[in-house]
Design a protein around this ligand. Sequence first.
Ligand code: GDP
Ligand code: MG
Length: 219
Amino acid sequence: MPQKSLKTKILILGPVKGGKTAISNYLADSAEVIGKDYRPTQGVRIVEFESNELELDGERVDAEVELWDCSGDRKFESCWPAIRHGTNGAILVVNPEQATGEQLLLWYNEFVQKIGLRQEHVLVLLHHTSEQTNDSAIADFKLPSQMQGIVCIPSNIDREGEALRLEFNNFLCNVITDTKGRETDCAKRTALLLLNKTEQNSIQTPKTSPVYESFMNVL
Ligand SMILES: Nc1nc2c(ncn2[C@@H]2O[C@H](COP(=O)(O)OP(=O)(O)O)[C@@H](O)[C@H]2O)c(=O)[nH]1
Ligand SMILES: [Mg+2]
C-alpha cells in the first residue's frame, strides 16, 4: 500500500526558559539537543523533520512536521499573526516551578483561541530536568478554567525522553487525523509573511541559522 506524507505545522509556545527549544531539538533529533548556555530564540525558529511510520485508521503515514519554536518574548508580538497562519496544532511548554497555569492564558488566547484550534490539537507540557525535578510543583500545577480539558502532562528529556516522544506521536496522530488529505501551501505563505514582518521589525535571522535555511526551503 502506498504511504502518504502529510504536512503538519505545530507551534511550540510558552514563557521564556520553559524548555521550548530543548524539546523542539529533542523531537527533531537535532544534534544540539541541550546547549550549555541559554540562548534566547529570536522571533521564531522552524525545525523540520519526518515522523515515520505513524498509523492512522490502519493506514501507514509519514508526517512532514514543522515545529515552529517561538520566542516567549513579547517583543516579537508583531509577528504573531504571521506565525498563527496555517497552524494545525500547538504545544504549550511551561516549567511548573517558574510559571503558573494562569500565565499560559496569554498563549492560549493569542494562539489557540485566535486560530480556533480544537482542544485535542493542543498539548501542555510541564517541562522539568533531572536536576530540577520538583514533584510537588508538577502535582500542584493547575490549568485555568478556560483551558480545562486540554491534555497536560509532565515532560523530562533527561529521564523519560522516550515517553515524551510517544506522547508527541499520539498528539501528532490527533492533529493529522484532521489534516489528512488536505494539501496546503500555508508554510510557504507564512514564511513570506514572516519575511515581510522581519524586514519591517528588523528581527535578526542570521543567514547561517536553521530558521533562515527553513525559510529558504519553503520559499
Ligand atoms: N539538562 C537539561 N536542561 C534543559 C532542559 N530543557 C531546558 N534546559 C535548559 O534550560 C534553559 C532554557 O531552555 P530553552 O529550551 O532554551 O527554553 P526556551 O526559552 O523555552 O526555548 C537552557 O539553558 C537549557 O539548556 C532539559 O530537559 N534538560
Ligand atoms: Mg527558545
